[in-house]
Design a protein around this ligand. Structure first.
Ligand SMILES: [Zn+2]
Length: 73
């Protein structure tokens, strides 16, 4: 189990580090990413992602109450 320095504000329990899964090309699981700006629909690929800053989203989960805290780093 991955340990972290994050403490649940409700239970004061140590939160576990993880990530949120998304579905990429071919329905493969990929880590969720933060993307700057507003969504710009693109006819061919769904959403424009080119030339935008991206960050991997890290999620901390409380083992007691299930609270999620997400960070884009
Ligand atoms: Zn909690």
């Amino acid at each position: 189990m991955a340990r972290s320095d994050h403490i649940c504000p409700n239970c004061k329990e140590e939160m576990e580090e993880g990530l949120l899964l998304d579905r990429g090309h071919g329905n493969r699981p990929v880590p969720q990413e933060w993307l700057e700006g507003k969504p710009e629909p693109s006819f061919f690929i769904g959403l424009k992602t080119k030339n935008k800053r991206k960050r991997r989203v890290i999620a901390y989960r409380c083992p007691s109450c299930g609270l999620l805290q997400e960070y884009a780093r």
